[in-house]
Every structure is written in C-alpha cells, then in structure tokens.
Design a protein around this ligand. Structure first.
Ligand SMILES: [Zn+2]
Length: 654
C-alpha cells in the first residue's frame, strides 16, 4: 500500500505563486466586523461572588445563523466537548476577570486565557498538546472549553498573538463549539489560521480580522480596548496585547516574546510603544517565563545568519540538509540570501514547510526569486550537483513523521541519507525530548551523515526572552502587579526572583495556579476566587474527543506497564462444565524458556478458580464470575511469577 504521508506530499503540487494573495478574489478577509458591537448579552448579577449564575437565553442574532452547519460539523466529527454543570462565579459590577484555561505551570503547548468584563468574554490563543508518552497514542490534547459552551453567546472575540501551532491548533475544534466568535490577529497569523480552517471546511463560517501591531483597534471590539504591540519571536508578526477594560483594569500580556534588535526579516520589538503603554498605569503584566532560567540575552538572528553563511560557503562535499521548524520563516530568508550569494539551490522538503513558505512569500514576508527555491522531488534534484544542494527540511519534535525522522528511517520519498551528507540542526531541543532527539541523531550518524548542532556552531537561537530581556519588559511596562506565566513552576519562580531583583515587592507578584479565577476591582485590588474552573484533560483520539481519564486510556496505560493474558473458557451452556482445555493468549508476559511451565500453572489455577466458584455459587452471573477469576489470577501470578498482567477471562457457552 502506498504510504499515506508520501501521498500527502505528492498531492501538494507546489508552484511558487507570483500573484500576491491580496489580489486574489476568493475568500477575501473582512476588513471590519460589523457584528461585533451587537454581541453583548446582559445577564443578571447576583449579590455574592460564591453564588453561581446561569446565562440567560437572550439570543444573539448574529450567532444563530451559524448554528445548523456547526452542529452538523460537530456531529460528523464526533468532536463535542463534554457537558458540564459548572457556572462561573458572579462577577461584580466594574470588576474585570482573568482565568488561565491552559495549564499555567507547564512549559510547552498549553496556552489559553480568558478575560471577562461584565458579561463579555474574550479568549486569548488556543492551545494544543501534541502526543506524548503519557497520552497513550492519542493524537493530541485540546483545551477544555466545556464550561465556555454555556457562555458561547457572551464570547465576543478571540485574540491570537502569533501563529505557532501551540497557539492556534485547536481553533478547528474550539471555534465551532463556541459558535465561531470573530478572531483577531496580525496578518501572517490570520493567514496561517486561514490555512488551518480551510482544511476543516470552517473558513466560510469564520470571521478573521487582521490587525496591525501598534495600532489601536478599540472601536472594533467593545467593551474592551485592545492594542497589539510588536515583539520578536521565532515567527514573524508575533505580538503582545494591551487590554484596557472599562473597569479601570489595564493588562499587558506579552505572550511568547524576545527582544531582537537585529532580527532577520521582522522589525525589532517596538520598545517605544511598550514604554508608552506604561503611561497608562498598568494594573498587571503577564509575561513569558519559558526562558527565565537563562541569563543575559538571546542571541540575535543576525549572529545565526553569519554562522550559517560560513557553513554554506565552506561546504563542498555532497548535500547540506538544514533541519528547522516549519514556522521559522526568517531562517528560510537567511538561507535564501546566503544561497543566492554562494550559488546554491534550495529544495524544500515536507508539506508544512512548503505551505508556510508559500504563504509567507505571497504576503511579502519572504523575499525570494522563484528559481532559487524548489520543492524537493527526485526530478527537481537530479540535475543539480549534490554539493550545490541545500535542503531545508522540517523537524518537529512532537511529530514522529516529520521529514527528518523519515529520512533517518530511510522512508522519505525523495531523499536517501548517504555518507558525506551534512545535517545542520538549526533548532533547539525542546526540554523533555532529549531522548528521542538522541535516537534520531544516532540513526543519522549510522547512515554516515555528518551532524552539526548548536553546540558546534551558532546555528540556532532561543525564541523566548532571557533574564535581561524579561527585565527590560518589566521596567518598560512597570505594572502594579506582575504575574509570571507560561513555564514550569520552577521557571515561573525564577522569573519572580528576576522581578524582585529589580525592585518588585513579593506581595505584588501573583503566582496564579491552573484554572484559578482572579478578579480585579476598579480600585486596583485583586481577589482570587475560592472556586476553580473544573478543567479536564481532553484528548482527540481518532475521530473522537474524550476525557483522558476514560477507561480506554487507563487500559492502554496498564498495557504499557504490564502485559496481557487472555483466558478462554469454553463451557456447556446447561451444566456450566468446562468442555475443552482452556485456551491462553499472552502478550509480553512469558519468556520462551518458561512458557510451558507458566502456561501449565495458569491453566491449572484458572480451571480451579472457575470450578470452585461455580460450585460455591451455581447461579453466579457471568460478569461476577469473570471478576472472581480475574482477582484470583492476579493474586496467583503476583505470588508465583511476580508479574501483574492485564487479565482478560472470556467465557464462551457452547
Ligand atoms: Zn510561540
């Protein structure tokens, strides 16, 4: 059978498009959203914080038009969020609320915040957690917005700060569940979201609004005023947000940021604008803690470009393969400029890389002549001498099927790694992934490849602020309260210490846990609710969405930690007597040398357990009989062979 991923790659008949996207007629992005000012729904206020409230049934005309199709979509994909009985505590008049819906104490990939003023809700970013070993082969985990489905009429808009997958991936699940609230983001962010929604046939129902970082858009998204300000990161058009509520609460949320004065294609972070925001007397700064254990500054993209140029210029043997994240558009631009100068041909490998480059080029972020960059196929590479080839390939550490992983397995459809190929890892290892990256390196070395990593040359820089950059942000914004966010608890504590080292008082540093509810009073006082939002671990597995505690995952976990024993009893329907020898199936339970002995004692004990139970309770129900046999066998096997397999007794009446 033809490989699924090869088919995907071949399906994409990529041609660099010369027509700018703005000039295309199909699916134009709306410039304004006329509906948004009408979305407010007033719900009755209760007297105390702890009392819970139910949303009213006041309808929103602009949302109902989407209902039928979205429901169809949800039913089709079986991706409904679970039902919940939770209601948000009442928000007092003029108070403004913050809730982290993502996991606030984990470094990677769970990013989502909610802001509420009066009855209007705004969501920021939409995370995903890609498959990890503790997810037991599920595809990925999505934010649990179950409680928000009760409030979908009040959700006024979504803000997306940048287009990294961990900030936009789950929109395809969350947007339809919340009746497609309008979504704001900078240009590249919106276009990459557009690509993702298009694949799920959701684009027609989506309202996507481009904003410019550094420009007020308050008139469009009442009642909150929001400004996007420019920061640097590993993808162009990244922004932080300044949110001002009518309740005098003023928040600055940096999201993922760093400060680079010489970035490759982006402008430097807009420090002048950020400094100006300080004039507004900010109540709270929420700032990225991912890089907080690292001292000094991140290296600039300019330094990385200089290293890459030396490598390309001096490379004369066979092919040069650069492994990078597919969203790192600036790295592609650096390589385009270098290859142009040194007469090399670039080939792009893998669908996500090709699509992102195509979009970035058409939007003007990437300046490249068509001849210098081609999709890699056996046909396109055949006339170019190997030492003139620079192959840019994806390397996603969450995706075992990324192009580089397939090259290491000899399964890539266009390239076979051979001796003298040089592979440059122009990206960092995400903490926790060191082992799998080590395996990948070993496989590539076995094939004869020469490896260059950031430990050999300056071929990669970090994409989250180090301590000095964090200090600059703290000093420029000068908030009353500071909340270190997004990072393991330890990282957040280090960030807290950094803030205190430049004069922040401990009582003004808020360490918010997961799903806490924090309300800001108009006089600047802060209240943490005793109530927490009940968020569950939700996973997408196949075509369905499930809670990670479901019995399927528990069984998979058990199988991971133990082994399987199936015992088949074939019995007489009337007498209940065992008719034939018991049949056993074991997986990973017994070694070859002991199989006869272990099977023999299992059969003997299982038969004994069945017959004794039937004798004691002749009318026992089958499910209870199975339970007894299971317990007996568990105790027996632990005692006799010191192993705890998953035991599945099956009774077949003949
Ligand atoms: Zn990011």
């Amino acid at each position: 059978m033809k490989d699924f991923l090869d088919e995907l790659d071949n399906e994409l008949n990529w041609v660099l498009e010369e027509t700018p996207i703005e000039e295309k007629k199909s699916n134009p992005l709306p410039k304004t959203n006329k509906n948004t000012n009408n979305r407010s729904v007033i719900i009755k206020k209760e007297e105390t914080e702890t009392q819970q409230k139910q949303p009213t049934n006041n309808n929103q005309k602009n949302n109902t038009q989407n209902t039928w199709n979205i429901t169809g979509y949800l039913n089709k994909k079986s991706l409904n969020f679970p039902q919940t009985k939770f209601y948000l505590p009442t928000l007092r008049d003029w108070y403004t609320r913050f809730i982290p819906i993502g996991w606030n104490n984990e470094t990677w990939a769970k990013n989502m915040w909610m802001v509420q003023y009066w009855d209007d809700i705004v969501l920021i970013d939409c995370w995903v957690q890609f498959a990890e070993t503790d997810m037991f082969w599920a595809n990925y985990s999505v934010p649990d917005v179950s409680f928000l489905t009760r409030y979908k009429k009040q959700i006024k808009w979504f803000i997306i700060t940048h287009a990294h997958l961990d900030h936009i991936w789950s929109l395809k699940h969350v947007l339809p569940a919340l009746w497609m609230p309008p979504l704001y983001g900078t240009k590249l962010t919106i276009w990459l979201i557009k690509k993702s929604l298009e694949e799920y046939n959701l684009l027609e129902k989506a309202t996507l609004i481009e904003v410019e970082a550094g420009k007020w858009i308050k008139e469009k998204i009442w009642p909150l005023e929001v400004e996007f300000f420019k920061v640097n990161h590993s993808i162009p058009d990244s922004s932080g947000v300044y949110i001002k509520s009518p309740g005098w609460a003023k928040f600055v949320h940096t999201w993922d940021f760093k400060i680079d004065f010489t970035p490759a294609i982006d402008a430097p972070a807009d420090l002048t604008r950020i400094k100006k925001i300080w004039d507004e007397w900010i109540s709270l700064l929420l700032s990225d803690s991912t890089g907080s254990i690292r001292k000094w500054f991140c290296k600039s993209e300019k330094d990385i470009g200089e290293s890459l140029e030396k490598i390309v210029a001096n490379h004369t043997k066979w092919r040069l393969i650069i492994a990078a994240f597919s969203s790192w558009i600036s790295r592609v631009q650096q390589l385009v400029d270098i290859c142009n100068k040194h007469d090399r041909q670039i080939f792009l490998s893998w669908r996500s890389m090709i699509e992102n480059v195509n979009i970035a080029r058409n939007l003007g972020y990437l300046k490249v002549k068509s001849w210098i960059i081609k999709k890699m196929t056996p046909k396109t590479t055949q006339w170019i001498p190997p030492h003139k080839q620079v192959i840019i390939t994806t390397w996603s550490q969450w995706e075992e099927f990324s192009a580089l992983a397939r090259m290491s397995e000899g399964k890539h459809n266009s390239i076979e790694i051979v001796k003298w190929d040089t592979i440059v890892f122009s990206s960092s290892v995400v903490p926790g992934n060191e082992k799998s990256v080590g395996w990948l390196l070993n496989k590539l070395v076995k094939l004869g490849a020469n490896i260059i990593t950031k430990d050999d040359w300056e071929v990669h820089t970090w994409w989250h602020a180090f301590q000095e950059e964090q200090k600059i942000m703290l000093k420029l914004v000068r908030p009353k309260y500071f909340m270190p966010i997004y990072g393991d608890l330890y990282f957040r504590h280090v960030h807290k210490n950094t803030a205190m080292s430049i004069g922040f008082k401990e009582e003004n540093v808020l360490m918010l846990g997961n799903w806490n509810i924090v309300d800001f009073a108009p006089d600047g006082a802060v209240f943490k609710s005793r109530i927490k939002v009940p968020i569950q671990d939700l996973i997408v597995d196949g075509h369905g969405m499930w809670t990670a505690t479901s019995h399927v995952l528990k069984a998979r976990e058990k199988m991971m930690n133990s082994w399987v024993l199936v015992i088949l009893f074939r019995i007489d329907k009337k007498t209940k007597a065992i008719l034939w020898h018991l049949k056993l199936e074991t997986r990973w339970l017994v070694y070859l040398e002991e199989v006869r002995y272990v099977h023999k004692i299992i059969i003997k004990k299982a038969k004994e357990s069945y017959e004794n139970t039937i004798k004691d309770i002749p009318d026992i129900e089958e499910k209870d009989l199975i339970k007894v046999i299971k317990t007996d066998m568990e105790t027996f096997l632990l005692k006799r062979i010191d192993r705890e397999p998953m035991i599945i007794p099956m009774i077949l009446e003949v």
